[in-house]
Write a protein that binds this ligand. Structure first.
Ligand SMILES: Nc1ncnc2c1ncn2[C@@H]1O[C@H](COP(=O)(O)OP(=O)(O)OP(=O)(O)O)[C@@H](O)[C@H]1O
Ligand SMILES: [Cu+]
Length: 719
């Protein structure tokens, strides 16, 4: 749907290796209305794959678009080659939104008339009408609705490929040649009808994603230099503009509230139905709904770069990446179709030549086999299910970065969760202060160090100091010590503010102090110690609260049969206490940031299917190593959306069981669809060989299955 400019290439999965990135390659996207079957995709891949200057190709059969990675010179010959295959590529430029062409009115009329003619031929045939009239009606019907099929079939055959159109053309022509007039007409009509229904149902899956786009209003009210307010189209509004939004209106751009108080319904993006309070300084997100009062906000980015735009972009990208089932199906169809074709040839020739069978009889059976030979039902069912699943997830605030992750979610046996900010609120409060020596100004020193750090533990101490009006001092040479604490100089003397491990490293710990630490830690508190070069000076304890939703989420995940681990940089006692509060199976504490990655690696090496849940910022490597990396609270943090395989917009852990359930449903539907499609083929194979299947029964069954699997896939959109 969107072309990408500059360095940000969409990921294009394809056999061809990527072009070396020398800055001249770009990606262009074209809509090809005729590209509705994977065999057409193969035609294009085979043709373009050999051309110089062409890199990866990205196919989206639902949108009927093709993205080509190419050098500047290579584009024109590539387009020429596509045209030679009988396709008409139409450039899709960023932002423009040409809907994929549906069946036109004329097409429908032609089909209706052809249907009438075919039916007439059938009736006349049964009532022993004149043969020439039956033939005339049938040929007229085929000509009326089948020319497109013939044309596309011809292109495929010319390129030595067998697509559904080619198979149908051969089958129908064969039937006409052996005098099965009404049969031929019926097959062509049913086939065209089924294609039409198929196109329309695919449209629904497409629309599910497009409906995300419609979340933003087309224009917004912007403050002008002369102080007036003016309604402008989104494209002309940029970062820094002051925008006004009335109660009940949709918010058009990401921004920060500059005036007014209200609440916003963020459910379109986060899936969370509780309104969120908004006052000056709070972030607003495009696509959410302003509820109670009028707000003015400063846009923080243009509409094309909002969180919503990123979500949509990611979902579109996700559609293009192939899920494992889809890869299987593609490979399967590559051998299946030619195999059945050869079988059909055999059926037509062998029995009459060697076993004394009647020619027309066996040729007819071979033609029925051709109808059964198209894998379209099988192939289209997978992307429909995946796209429906992706769209359903996006509506619940779960952004899945590839069909792969949606499909593989059902395999997860273990989930590892980060503690701070994931299970807990991530905003601890200072609960205890214990001076260890009689020296004035300890809190000033601690607060001055704490104030320099973003770490939640330090922030809690700085905040408490601020509320109590503790004075601050200049600090010099501040250094953050990841996983430990921080160090800085105050008045020329070096101080450390950090955890037990840091104190051990400084060799300032004592058994008496350790007992004090442990007592606090067993209450679920995190303790850090202020020390100078000689001794520990004071203890600070902070406590974070567990999110109520975490407890419920863990219970649900347990019901789904998953084992939950907690990975924490905090000490083991605190980790254990929090784990017990949430109902977690196992807590692993005292992990340095790099240890978390190591833990995930070990679990994965033991053959476990493990998902890692974090904030996507501090734990990006661990998220990347896990089978599926989940980032929580992704709304408004672009890095999290980028880093994770699955980005959860709000920070409600209950989205995790939602994801697992959706993934299992998707998987079930994929398996159902494949079984159904293959089962019907198998049945027809047998029925055909034993001479029980007629051609139009085969079309009916085949297309019936196509539609059935599509509707089955679309079920994911609901509920
Ligand atoms: N800047 C800091 N100020 C104070 N304490 C710190 C700081 N950095 C780290 N610590 C201490 O080190 C511990 C581990 O920190 P780290 O950032 O690795 O984990 P975390 O994110 O706090 O916890 P979790 O892994 O459970 O989410 C903290 O619990 C805290 O005691
Ligand atoms: Cu110690």
């Amino acid at each position: 749907m969107s072309t990408c400019c500059g360095s940000e290439h969409p990921t294009l999965p394809s056999a061809a290796p990527p072009l070396p990135d020398d800055g001249t390659t770009s990606v262009s996207t074209y809509r090809i209305a005729q590209m509705d079957c994977p065999t057409e995709q193969r035609l294009i891949t085979d043709r373009l794959g050999r051309m110089p200057g062409i890199g990866r190709l990205g196919f989206n059969l639902l949108e009927r678009t093709l993205s080509i990675e190419h050098t500047p010179e290579a584009l024109a010959p590539a387009l020429e080659a596509i045209r030679n295959l009988g396709f008409t590529p139409v450039s899709v430029s960023a932002g423009s939104d040409i809907p994929a062409p549906g069946p036109s009115l004329a097409e429908r009329w032609r089909l209706a008339i052809a249907g009438g003619l075919a039916l007439g031929a059938e009736i006349l045939h049964f009532s022993s009408g004149p043969d020439w009239l039956v033939a005339a009606l049938a040929i007229a019907a085929v000509a009326l609705c089948g020319l497109g099929t013939y044309a596309r079939g011809w292109v495929a055959l010319k390129n030595r490929d067998l697509n559904i159109n080619a198979l149908m053309s051969i089958a129908v022509t064969g039937a006409l040649l052996i005098g099965q007039w009404p049969e031929a007409a019926m097959v062509m009509v049913l086939f065209t009808l089924a294609e039409l229904i198929e196109t329309r149902s695919l449209e629904r899956a497409r629309n599910a994603i497009r409906s995300l786009l419609d979340l933003t209003p087309p224009s917004a009210t912007v403050l002008q230099a002369d102080g007036s307010w003016q309604n402008l189209p989104l494209a002309s509004i940029g970062a820094g503009d002051r925008v006004r939004v009335r109660p009940g209106e949709r918010i058009a751009l990401d921004g920060v509230v500059a005036a007014g108080t209200s609440s916003a319904d963020q459910s379109p993006i986060t899936g969370e139905s509780l309104p969120v309070e908004k006052t000056v300084g709070d972030p607003l997100f495009a696509g959410t709904i302003n509820q109670a009062g009028e707000l003015e906000y400063i846009a923080s980015s243009p509409a094309t770069d909002s969180t919503l735009a990123r979500i949509i972009h990611a979902v579109e990208q996700a559609q293009n990446s192939r899920a494992p089932t889809q890869r299987f199906v593609d490979q399967f169809s590559r051998i299946y179709t030619p195999l059945v074709f050869v079988l059909a040839l055999g059926v037509a020739m062998v029995p009459p030549l060697l076993l004394g069978g009647a020619w027309p009889d066996w040729i007819y059976r071979a033609l029925v086999l051709l109808v059964v030979a198209c894998p379209c039902a099988l192939v289209i069912s997978t992307p429909v299910s995946i796209v429906s699943g992706l769209a359903a997830a996006a509506r619940r605030g779960i952004l899945i970065k590839g069909g792969h992750f949606l499909e593989q979610g059902h395999r997860l046996t273990h989930l590892a969760l980060d503690k701070t900010g994931t299970l807990t609120h991530g905003t601890p409060r200072q609960t205890d202060y214990l001076p260890l020596v009689e020296v004035a100004g300890l809190r000033t020193i601690a607060a001055s160090l704490a104030q320099r750090s973003d770490h939640p533990v330090s922030r809690a101490i700085a905040e408490q100091a601020a509320t109590e009006g503790v004075a601050l001092q200049e600090v010099a040479n501040f250094a953050a010590l990841p996983g430990l604490g921080s160090r800085a100089e105050v008045d020329g003397e070096t101080y450390h503010l950090g955890n037990h491990r840091l104190l051990e490293q400084l060799q300032l710990c004592s058994p008496a102090l350790e007992a004090q630490l442990e007592a606090l830690e067993r209450q679920g508190k995190t303790v850090i110690i202020l020390s100078n070069a000689q001794q520990p000076l004071a203890l600070f304890a902070v406590a974070d609260t567990v999110k109520p939703s975490s407890v419920e989420a863990v219970a649900q995940l347990h019901d789904l049969g998953l084992r939950i681990l907690m990975l924490s940089g905090d000490n083991q006692h605190t980790a254990d206490t929090i784990a017990r509060q949430v109902g977690i199976d196992e807590a692993r504490g005292e992990l340095m940031p790099e240890d978390k990655l190591e833990q995930i690696r070990q679990l994965a090496d033991q053959g476990m299917h493990i998902g890692m849940v974090g904030d996507g910022i501090n734990d990006a490597p661990a998220l990347a190593r896990a089978d599926i990396g989940f980032a929580m609270g992704a709304i408004g943090t672009d890095t999290a959306i980028e880093a994770a395989d699955v980005a959860i917009m709000d920070d409600d852990l209950r989205r995790l069981p939602d994801f697992i359930r959706l993934s299992r449903r998707t998987r079930r539907i994929l398996v159902q669809n494949i079984t159904l499609a293959l089962g019907i083929k198998a049945v027809f194979l047998v029925l055909t060989l034993t001479g029980h299947a007629t051609m139009w029964m085969a079309v009916f069954a085949d297309m019936g299955v196509s539609l059935l699997v599509i509707f089955n896939g679309l079920r994911l959109l609901r509920g």
